[in-house]
Design a protein around this ligand. Structure first.
Ligand code: ARG
Length: 708
């Protein structure tokens, strides 16, 4: 009988679980039964031999996983691309497989060193589509996909594996004759699933449930209408038979302990090249360099982690280590991605981390596109960050003005000698304006941060280390407060600007009098907040309660829940907060002090507000504009227990402005302090307590340092 298909297998003479390189092997060291494995392998071999020619490669002691011949390499026609195992434990198999291929007339191709590729475990031909599906994420490196396309002259579609139980493509994905596909979607990232759905019509997709997937139902050998696999559920068997397949089970429990089943134990040698196909892969890459305190600030870590998380891959081409604590390091990193849009996303985030093209001379100008609809940016617009940014125009780097995050960069080059680049919010874009798109010719200028600098005023790492953790003992809070008081003093002395963003909790926690004192002492130069902080401050000034709670006793007052409405009404009668002060109606509190000291304030309403007080912005866009105007030039912003107003302000603030975020809820503090900016400090504590400590401290400062 002349069988059309040929497979390679390897007898399990030396098979055992000797090490752990996938989750299936965990807890299974030495637990495979040699006799049972031999019997199971024999049954698979015999079943396969009924439908195809089976050849054998000699097993070697010390290479227990050689039984998994799917990982020997990838065969197309007479070409064999040899595997390069990721794990040292399996690298010893490579020469044995190379010899076998060579002795059997294959042209052996070897991939560059340092580029892991695990053969037909991670690359599966789809005969119906005439393509090669290849995976990355665990074993095989993405960069090999492009090389496979070129070596074999095929179109390669890259899929990313994300569940470590399905570490090889053939554990969760199996193209069948007739264009069918058995697969387990959760083993892939969203983008890969879209690729699969685009290429395989729905009626051909046989989706596995988790139970079939973990019983290796996708690890099947398909010959014509025959399917050999470890185990199949009744419902899957029915679906497969409706699709015209005859399913044969061959129990492979001993091999599953090693993370492989029927397909892994065999390598198809009879895949013929198709006429009319040509090399193609969407994999793209780019080399960037990153400089700074890469290791001690965790910058490199963040950059690489992000790259992988976003579906890219990296190779560190060069690394210069800064040996002293103060010296910086430099890394040259090759970033690869399965498609241009993924690369664009990764690169733009690396730019945010300070990444620059490794070969600046090869960098082009920033790409510009024209706005065609008011308030709508071109598709691929670059989104700004808090970091100082430069764009390359006509060969020159131009610093953008009005730096803030979440905007577009608009270029005004009416005067070609002096082009201006500014940040514009989407809603403010106008037809005809030219916006920077893509990631070419954009760089952020980042102060290189070291661990020591994380904190304010050059405080040492030890002093501020607790902040990142979000938990702060009282003793440490005193330390931070001392630092902040010191900063406030210095800013006041040089005539700088401090902005306070506050929530009503400032009043509820008894912090009102302390904040009022800070204003009186000249430490606060702008106050921002919602209707609430003003309402309760005024309620306290007029009626002694905050949301109906007596502030000296700390107990609710009968009928007190109406107090805040009476306060609002009083101010409405006066016409404005300032008018209430002038008329002698409002005689204490935060807003009284603001009016007295001429400290500008801006209040913004929300859906829950009563009133609101006169002068409160109810148009959010107007409010954002007013905030933006008032914070311009700020050196420090104290954010006191007001999550939404603080986030709003944080979004408008460029890096370099010190943000101090105080909140009892660690989640709020982390969200704000963790902008990746070295100037942000978070303090988890009661805001009333914080303000009382701060006032004490600025008083101490004044006593210690008498002013001229
Ligand atoms: N223990 C082997 C490994 O982790 C199992 C290989 C399974 N082979 C496969 N094609 N999925 O490498």
């Amino acid at each position: 009988m002349n069988l059309p298909e040929r497979f390679l297998m390897c007898p399990p003479e030396f098979f055992q679980i000797d090490y752990v390189i996938n989750p299936w092997m965990e807890g299974n060291i030495d637990r495979a039964s040699a006799t049972l494995a031999a019997e199971q392998w024999r049954q698979l071999h015999d079943a396969l031999a009924r439908h195809a020619a089976v050849e054998l490669v000699t097993p070697y002691a010390g290479s227990p996983d050689m039984v998994f011949t799917a990982n020997a390499g990838l065969v197309l026609g007479h070409d064999a691309v040899l595997s390069r195992f990721l794990h040292r434990e399996r690298q010893g198999e490579e020469p044995h497989f190379r010899d076998w291929f060579q002795q059997h007339g294959f042209r052996v191709h070897e991939l560059p060193k340092d580029l892991p590729f695990e053969g037909a475990g991670d690359a599966l031909f789809d005969r119906a589509q005439g393509i090669l599906w290849a995976s990355y994420g665990f074993r095989t490196e993405l960069d090999t996909h492009k090389l496979l396309a070129e070596l074999l002259g095929v179109e390669v579609v890259s899929l990313r594996l994300v569940d470590k139980r399905f570490y090889h493509l053939d554990t969760c994905f199996c193209p069948l004759e007739g264009g069918f596909l058995v697969y387990y979607p959760p083993a892939f990232d969203a983008r890969s699933n879209i690729q699969i759905e685009r290429r395989v019509p729905e009626e051909k997709r046989l989706v596995l449930d988790e139970s079939d997937a973990i019983h290796f139902a996708a690890n099947a050998v398909n010959i014509g209408d025959v399917l050999l696999l470890h185990r199949v559920s009744e419902s899957l068997r029915a679906r497969l038979s409706a699709a015209g397949f005859r399913v044969f089970e061959a129990p492979l429990t001993e091999f599953i302990k090693s993370g492989g089943a029927a397909k892994c134990l065999s390598l198809r040698l009879s895949e013929s090249p198709r006429a009319g196909t040509s090399a193609h892969s969407d994999v793209v890459s780019r080399v960037l360099s990153l400089e700074g305190h890469l290791l001690d600030s965790g910058l490199l870590d963040r950059a690489l982690e992000m790259t992988v998380q976003e579906g890219g891959s990296f190779q560190i081409l060069k690394f210069q280590l800064g040996k002293q604590r103060q010296s910086t390091s430099r890394a040259e990193i090759r970033i690869s991605a399965p498609a241009a849009e993924v690369l664009g996303n990764v690169v733009s985030q690396l730019i945010d981390l300070g990444g620059v093209p490794a070969a600046p001379q090869q960098t082009g100008d920033a790409r510009l596109e024209t706005v065609t609809i008011d308030g709508v940016a071109p598709e691929d617009f670059y989104v700004t960050t808090i970091y100082p940014t430069e764009v390359r125009l006509d060969g020159r780097w131009v610093r953008i003005t009005g730096q803030r995050m979440d905007g577009c960069i608009v270029i005004d080059d009416r005067d070609p000698a002096r082009p201006v680049a500014g940040v514009r919010l989407l809603r403010d874009l106008r037809c005809g304006e030219r916006v920077v798109v893509g990631v070419e010719g954009i760089q952020t200028v980042r102060k290189s941060e070291s661990r020591d600098e994380r904190g304010i005023g050059g405080a040492s790492a030890a002093e501020f280390a607790f902040m990142g953790a979000g938990v702060s003992s009282e003793r440490k809070i005193e330390l931070v407060v001392r630092q902040i008081a010191w900063e406030l003093e210095r800013i006041r002395e040089r005539g700088g600007k401090v902005v306070v963003v506050g929530g009503p909790v400032v009043i509820h926690t008894g912090g009102g009098e302390h904040l009022a004192e800070l204003i009186r002492l000249g430490f606060v130069h702008v106050l921002l907040g919602g209707n609430g902080i003003a309402v309760h401050d005024i309620e306290q000034a007029l009626l002694g309660t905050s949301l109906g709670v007596d502030m000296s006793l700390g107990t609710p007052v009968r009928g007190g829940h109406r107090h805040h409405l009476r306060a609002i009404n009083t101010i409405r009668r006066c016409g404005s907060i300032a008018a209430a002060v002038e008329q002698g109606v409002l005689r204490s509190g935060i807003f009284y002090e603001c009016v007295r000291a001429g400290v500008p304030f801006s209040l913004t309403a929300s859906i829950r507000d009563d009133g609101p007080l006169p002068g409160v912005f109810t148009d959010m866009i107007e409010a954002q504009r007013d905030y933006a105007r008032l914070i311009t030039g700020a050196e420090m912003i104290l954010m006191l227990s007001s999550m939404l107003h603080s986030i709003g302000v944080g979004n408008m603030t460029p890096a370099g402005v010190k943000l101090v975020c105080v909140d009892i809820n660690p989640a709020v503090v982390t969200k704000l302090a963790d902008r990746g900016s070295i100037e942000s400090v978070g303090v988890v504590t009661d805001v009333g307590l914080f303000l009382s400590l701060l006032v004490q401290q600025v008083r101490v400062g004044r006593d210690a340092l008498p002013r001229a």
